[in-house]
Each structure stands twice: as C-alpha cells, then as structure tokens.
Design a protein around this ligand. Structure first.
Ligand SMILES: Cc1cc2nc3c(=O)[nH]c(=O)nc-3n(C[C@H](O)[C@H](O)[C@H](O)COP(=O)(O)OP(=O)(O)OC[C@H]3O[C@@H](n4cnc5c(N)ncnc54)[C@H](O)[C@@H]3O)c2cc1C
Length: 402
C-alpha cells in the first residue's frame, strides 16, 4: 500500500519519520537516504569529529530504532525524479515507489569555490567528508580555511586547538559578519586572533594551487585548504517536477508545496515568516518544522485542519572554547545594545528593531540565551526599558512577564 515517502534522512527527514510513527503506529513510512550511513547528527562534524577519528558517529536515532519502529529506511538510495502525475518517485536503480504523501527533505549542498583550482579545497558536510578530511587534517601543518561563517570558524578554531597553524581567510571585515551582531563578530575575531589564529579580513581568494591560496593580499602557504563558503538548497528534484521554488522549495505555513500531497521541510524549504519568506539552515528549524509537517500529514490523512509553523529560531556554534548562541533572528540593521556586566569572554547583545527586542546573541552566557529564547517565544513586545527595569536580568524579566 502506498504510504508516506520521505526523501532525505537528515535531521528533518528523520524527525518527520519519527514524529509520524509516534502519532500513527500503522502508517507505512519509507525513508530514503542517498548517504550510506545510518542517519547522524551533522553539528559535531565541524566541532569535534573532524579532529578526532576515534569519536563515534552520533546517531539521530539509536541503533535498531528504524526496524523496531517499522520505518523502512533505505540507505544508498538516491531519488532521481518525482512524478506528481502518478504520485511516485523514481530511484537511481529505476525502481518506482508510490506515495500518498511525499516529503522532500533533501537539505543543502555545499557551495564550491568558483576560482581556478577551487576543487582542491575540501569541505565538511557529510560523515564521508570527514573520513577523508580527518587524516589529512592530522598530518597537515598549515591549514587555510576559506570563509568566516560558523562552519569556517568552527574548523579553524578546532584546528588551532590541536596545535595547527591556521589562516582564516574572510572576505568581510570580521568573522560571522552575516550571522551575528557586529560587536559579537568583532569580539570573536579578536579572541581567535589572541589564540594565534591568522585572520585575514577583506581577503579575496583568486586561485588555489598545490602550495596554498592566491589572494588579493598575496600568497598564503598551506598544505591543506578547507572551504566553508555556505550551501544552497538541494532543489533540483523539485524544480524538475515543476514545484514552485525560490531560494528554496516554497511552502505555505503548513509545509505544503505548490503541488498537492507534497511537503518540503528543513534546510531545503522556504516558508512564510513575519510577512516575508525565510529559509533557515539550523537544527531547530529542521526539527521543529519536521514535527509540524508530520502533524500536518496526519491531519491530511484524517481530513483535519493543519497547524501553522510559527517558530522562534535559535542557533549555536562552538568555536574552540567559545560558545555562541543566538535566539531569534538578528539583523545587521537593528540597533545593537550590549547588556552590562560582561567580561572579555562573555557578551550578551540585544537586537532591537523599532524599539522591540527581536533577537539576542550571547557568547559564553547560556543562561541568558535560554532566558532570551523563552522571552521571544512569548511573542510579547519587549523593550530596552523593560530590560533595564529588571536590572538587565533576562531571567527576571521572563519571570515577571510569565
Ligand atoms: C558541518 C555542519 C555543522 C553544523 N552545525 C550546526 C550547528 O551547530 N547548529 C545548527 O543549528 N545547525 C548546524 N548545521 C546545520 C544543520 O546541520 C542543518 O540545518 C540540518 O542538517 C538540516 O537538516 P536537513 O534534514 O534539512 O538536511 P540535511 O541534514 O542536509 O539532510 C539532507 C539529506 O538528504 C539527502 N538527499 C539529498 N538529495 C537526495 C536524493 N535525491 N535522494 C535521497 N537522498 C537525498 C542528503 O544526502 C542528506 O543526507 C551544521 C551543518 C553542517 C554541515
């Protein structure tokens, strides 16, 4: 019998499958993965696994879970097309699989460096990547990391910590330019430099050779080059099937694509948020949207009303000894105010837009992050005056507003 077919077994696909099984013990669920590994957590790859081959893979579900839950997980199985007219997908071996509901959870693929020799730069996305990269990293002396986003900074900081000489090449004026408040990006850049990281800002990569990286600021010698310049939505399947796409597969607030019975979820999905469209690359989004889509599939199967996905986004990044946590969606155009009482390694920055708190970035201050998340989840207007009236104590403010 045709059931629910999920393409992609990353954080989002697995969450959809597991949530579906919790809600319906009998629905046939097939989970298709192009990868050969049992589904695993991606964040540890750039934070620890790549630096220590002995660390076991962290699984999304315990060994044996899929069999016990009667989820038909098929590894090494790539979907080559979606055929909406006949409600089926075609697999690489030519097999057709029918669906009643289809979930596209194909995530993203890493951007390749568009310069001569760009293919020499390695990247970190899959467990297979780190099995190749890990040994190269151990034997390298000087590592050049290209890209100052979360993943680039995590790899650079981790490599520095295991005693490597590290150059971090960044096009912008500071690390994490697009992801956190400027003062936090500047602080992180300064702290990494203090640890001995060679951070080059305003640095354009022109070419990669066997000896290193040619840049607009001269040649950077390196025996290993790693690129972390972002990712783009894996939406070829959707485009070929004429689903509406933009920077991701467009879905409504219920996770439904432009074609009936087809949902998209996680990194690949672009959804309505605050009057705009948003595609997020985060575990919070993959997990929460996964649970929401599963609930909406069950609703569809029982002819019930779907529920809208209204997230409070949050992210984290571990860079050496620095723990960054972001609650809400920050904005470079926002007003950024720093909570008093910080030390050189601790910082809390509030993003205010039209006088209202929209995000909070923290460095090594997990209690403030948790309080900020709870405050943002309340979806009440919060002003700087209210924070000040609570002695800049976000936890106290939450207790007051609860
Ligand atoms: C190194 C690294 C570190 C990260 N660290 C953090 C972090 O600290 N915090 C955070 O919030 N987020 C982090 N992220 C982002 C987070 O991992 C992603 O947001 C999350 O994995 C998205 O889940 P997903 O299921 O949408 O996509 P993915 O995890 O990318 O999974 C998609 C899966 O679909 C498969 N697939 C694609 N096409 C097909 C096909 N045609 N047929 C079958 N299978 C297919 C892919 O092989 C893949 O296994 C990190 C990402 C990386 C790469």
């Amino acid at each position: 019998m045709a059931g629910i077919v999920i393409v992609g077994a990353g954080h989002a696909g697995v969450k959809v499958a597991a949530s579906l099984r919790t809600m319906d013990p009998d629905a046939p669920i097939t989970l298709l993965s192009a990868e050969s590994q049992i589904p695993y957590h991606r964040p540890p790859l750039s934070k620890k696994s790549v630096f220590d081959a002995a660390l076991p893979m962290e699984l999304l579900q315990a060994n044996g879970y899929y069999e016990k839950a009667n989820i038909d997980l098929r590894l090494n199985t790539t979907v080559t097309s979606i055929n909406p007219d006949v409600s089926s997908v075609t697999l690489a071996d030519g097999q057709q699989l029918n669906y009643q509901q289809l979930v596209i959870a194909t995530g993203t693929k890493v951007r390749r460096l568009p310069v001569p020799g760009g293919e020499r730069a390695m990247s970190v996305y899959t467990y297979a990547d780190i099995q190749t990269l890990g040994p190269r990293l151990q034997s390298a002396n000087h590592i050049a990391v290209i890209g100052g986003g979360f993943i680039g900074c995590e790899i650079a900081a981790g490599a520095l910590k295991i005693g490597k000489q590290v150059s971090l090449l960044i096009t912008g004026p500071r690390a994490l330019r697009k992801s956190v408040a400027p003062i936090l990006g500047e602080t992180v850049t300064k702290l990494h430099r203090q640890q001995g990281m060679d951070i080059r800002t305003g640095c354009q990569v022109l070419a990669i050779t066997e000896q290193g990286v040619q840049t607009n600021q001269g040649f950077v010698q390196a025996d290993l080059i790693i690129s972390g310049i972002g990712a783009q939505a894996n939406m070829q399947l959707a485009q070929a099937a004429d689903l509406t796409t933009d920077h991701g597969i467009l879905v409504d607030e219920f996770g439904r694509t432009s074609l009936s019975h087809i949902y998209a979820v996680g990194d690949v999905a672009e959804f309505p948020y605050g009057g705009d469209l948003l595609r997020l690359e985060s575990i919070q989004n993959a997990t929460d949207q996964g649970a929401n889509v599963a609930a909406n599939i069950i609703a569809e199967r029982h002819h019930q009303a779907p529920k809208a996905y209204t997230p409070t986004p949050w992210f984290w990044s571990d860079q050496g000894d620095l723990k960054l946590q972001m609650a809400g969606l920050g904005n470079l155009d926002a007003e950024h105010k720093v909570l008093p009482g910080n030390t050189p390694n601790n910082l809390t920055v509030v993003h205010l837009s039209k006088g209202r708190m929209m995000a909070v970035d923290t460095l090594n201050m997990p209690a403030n992050h948790l309080a900020a998340r709870k405050l943002l989840e309340m979806k009440k207007p919060i002003t700087w005056a209210m924070i000040e009236a609570c002695d800049f104590d976000l936890k106290k403010l939450f207790k007051q507003l609860r």
